[in-house]
Design a protein around this ligand. Structure first.
Ligand SMILES: [Zn+2]
Length: 447
């Protein structure tokens, strides 16, 4: 009997200390499998790309043939979540592993940028990687985030014109000139971000037509859309979605060009490719909101995540994963640590974008459940994602899951306490200049 107890204790030790990811088809994915110290790293992110609008995540329209092909060759994380439904917090967290925890207005992103935690490009740079970053969005080009790259290219402009082709051109040019030495390259594509303004030749691919789409126009200002969003007819919502999908398709085409260039340069077999998004997008289906920022439902924070490692066969991972974990994964490629698996994902909205504390929600996603909690209003929602991916049935009053709710709420409270939310000093200076603040206002971020 005593021997049996010892055996159980030993088994429990290994179960608890050697976490592996449950993968479909009886394959288990060990953290060490992702190790590749001699590989290049290409991180491709797309702004406002919700997971359920990609073919490889079950979408019916052929929006993403090139990304789907990447998923076929790589590891697809079916349940990946962003730490925020807002660009800068989501991406800075991905790049330095630290969640933004402050309470002042939009300028406060500088606090995360200023913190003492090093950024991925900085770490990899000291490990001998050449580093290059590409974007078209000024808010991502602030010190020292942007300065952490050895080469940093902002192609200018942003959400009001198509840029994926221009961005891909720059990436391809850099690859042609720099692929001989080990490198880390990050490119952030932003065409699916509102405003939805596909080029005319892409406009009709998924059904949009100016003759039949009533009040919805290609390139319509997001602020104007929000003014009429409560009265949108289903056919007008379809038109909005078709414009969004066209932007995704356009982006996919140019991501395809980058992926083909890696093959052409014969470096695809020594390059880890990571594809993901900063956050998703609501298209009027739940609260009549169009855009992101406001809530933590799956359309806002469930994102695609594909990792193609030349040394690993293709797989689908079902476990919950946070894009924040990419920092730990990529900064430890030579010596992966087991700490980044399955400890739940915390995501939060950032009320300073709206100036309304009541908008500040926190979510914990763990063990197939999602708890959304607002410390100001005490409103809470609990969803069992496994059989309610659309988050339609709030289980907060369901006695059968009382213990799960209690334990998740305790964990979320601890997280808020640990991260000292509501307890930070004011900033000494603003991050954005007047012109940039005006641009943020026109994008609907500031009032
Ligand atoms: Zn974004």
């Amino acid at each position: 009997m005593r021997n049996r107890s010892i055996l159980i204790i030993i088994l429990l030790f290994f179960v608890c200390h050697n976490p592996v990811l449950a993968v479909s088809g009886d394959v288990m994915l060990n953290p060490d499998d992702l190790s590749c110290p001699d590989c290049n790293i290409v991180l491709l992110t797309v702004d406002a790309l919700r997971a359920d609008h990609l073919g490889c995540y079950g979408y019916q329209k052929p929006t993403t043939p090139n990304i789907d092909a990447l998923a076929q060759e790589g590891i697809l994380f079916r349940n990946a979540y962003s730490s925020a439904p807002v660009t800068v917090p989501a991406l800075t967290t991905m790049m330095n592993g630290v969640l933004i925890s402050n309470e002042v207005k939009a300028q406060s992103v500088r606090r995360t940028i200023k913190n003492t935690h090093p950024f991925l490009a900085e770490i990899l740079g000291t490990e001998g990687y050449r580093t290059a970053g590409f974007t078209d969005y000024f808010a991502l080009t602030k010190k020292p985030f942007w300065d952490s790259f050895e080469y940093a290219k902002n192609i200018g402009e942003n959400y009001n014109q198509a840029t994926s082709h221009l961005l891909a051109n720059e990436v391809i040019k850099w690859l042609e000139e720099n692929s001989q030495q080990k490198f880390f390259l990050w490119a952030h594509f932003s065409d699916p971000h509102n405003n939805y303004n596909p080029l005319p030749e892409y406009e009709r691919i998924f059904g949009y037509s100016s003759e039949h789409c009533g009040r919805i126009k290609n390139g319509m200002d997001i602020v104007k859309i929000r003014k009429i969003s409560k009265s949108l007819k289903p056919s007008e919502v379809d038109c909005l979605v078709s414009l969004y999908d066209s932007e995704i398709y356009f982006t996919d085409q140019h991501i395809g060009r980058v992926l083909r260039k890696l093959k052409e340069l014969k470096i695809d077999q020594k390059t880890i490719i990571i594809f993901t998004a900063d956050h998703g997008e609501e298209l009027s289906e739940r609260t009549h909101w169009v855009g992101h920022e406001k809530t933590l439902y799956n359309e806002m924070i469930r994102v695609p995540l594909i990792i193609k490692n030349p040394g690993h066969k293709s797989a689908v991972v079902e476990n919950t994963w946070g894009t924040r974990e990419l920092f730990k994964l990529l900064s430890n490629l030579g010596s992966p640590q087991n700490t980044y698996f399955d400890d739940g994902v915390v995501s939060r909205t950032y009320h300073f974008w709206f100036g309304d504390k009541e908008q500040e929600d926190f979510a914990l996603i763990k063990g197939g459940y999602k708890l959304i909690y607002n410390p100001m209003t005490w409103k809470e929602k609990l969803y069992r994602l496994e059989n309610d991916a659309g988050e339609t049935k709030n289980l907060v009053r369901d006695s059968k899951v009382k213990d799960i709710r209690k334990s998740m709420k305790g964990e979320l409270f601890d997280w808020i306490k640990r991260n000292k939310i509501n307890n930070l000093p004011e900033l000494p200076e603003p991050l954005y200049d007047d012109q940039e603040l005006e641009q943020l206002r026109s994008l609907g971020y500031l009032q």
